[in-house]
Design a protein around this ligand. Structure first.
Ligand code: 13P
Length: 248
């Protein structure tokens, strides 16, 4: 089965709301594509102007995080119903920066994934090993465990719609991109895990992205691997070059 490619930009903590609107005006024409789903995951304060700015284009707006409760006394957090109401369709869950700097555990990632599905948001579920783990030869075990926990209680109909982003931590923001073989190996292992947890058809439907120092130069080789269905792009998603990545 052929999966539709999906390329998402993770803007991280960059761009003011006004700058976000300016950047979207620059990027919108260059990322236009009939073959690739394009998502801009903007800071939460820029979601509402970003949704307005992409109106009339095929670009979807994503959030970079959300909380796992519907509402309540969780100062500073944002919920799934808020994102839906604002016009968001994707949400990054469990990015390594959330895990490292904000102590997000695998269990929290699972709770957030379940909440995203409950509200019809598509989670972009992140996983990936540290350099030490790669050197210890435990990359695949580690990533399998992250994804296994993230998907606890997720139905096969839901998981078919999920996006999984394999982002080796040592490749994020370092300019050290994984080789196509390394990226393909782990993405293939994730697909095998999904077929074990669900079945072949579900595994064939799930879209798996690679992320970590993707550039216009490396996108084509990575995104044409059999188990890689696009990318989650940080730094390069803030530049007009993002158009070249989308239209690799
Ligand atoms: P870079 O593309 O800047 O390495 O960031 C990758 C990333 O973390 C995307 O979520």
């Amino acid at each position: 089965m052929s999966r539709r490619k999906i390329v998402a930009g993770n803007w991280k903590m960059n761009m003011t709301p006004a700058k976000a609107v300016e950047l979207i005006a620059v990027l919108s024409p260059v990322v236009a594509s009939d073959d690739v789903d394009v998502v801009f995951c903007v800071p939460s304060i820029s979601i509402i102007p970003a949704v307005a700015a992409v109106k009339g284009t095929k670009i979807a707006i994503g959030a970079q995080n959300m909380y796992m409760a519907d509402s309540g006394a969780f100062t500073g957090e944002i919920s799934a119903p808020m994102l839906v109401d604002a016009g968001v369709s994707y949400v990054i869950i469990g990015h390594s920066e959330r895990r490292e700097y904000f102590a997000e555990s695998d269990v929290m990632v699972n709770q957030k994934v379940l909440k995203a599905f409950e509200y019809g948001l598509t989670p972009i579920i992140c996983c990936g090993e540290t350099l030490t783990q790669r050197e210890q030869g435990i990359t695949i075990d580690f990533v399998r465990q992250q994804i296994k926990i993230a998907l606890l209680g997720v139905s096969s109909e839901q998981v078919k719609k999920a996006v999984i982003a394999y982002e080796p931590i040592w490749a994020i923001g370092t300019g050290k991109v994984a080789t196509t073989e390394q990226a393909q190996e782990v993405c293939a292992a994730i697909r095998v895990l999904i077929s074990e947890l669900y079945d072949e058809a579900v595994a064939a439907a799930v879209r798996i992205q690679y992320g970590g120092s993707v550039t216009a130069e490396t996108a084509a080789d990575l995104f044409t691997q059999v188990d890689i269905d696009g990318g989650l792009v940080g730094g390069a998603s803030l530049k007009p070059d993002f158009g070249k990545i989308v239209n690799y």
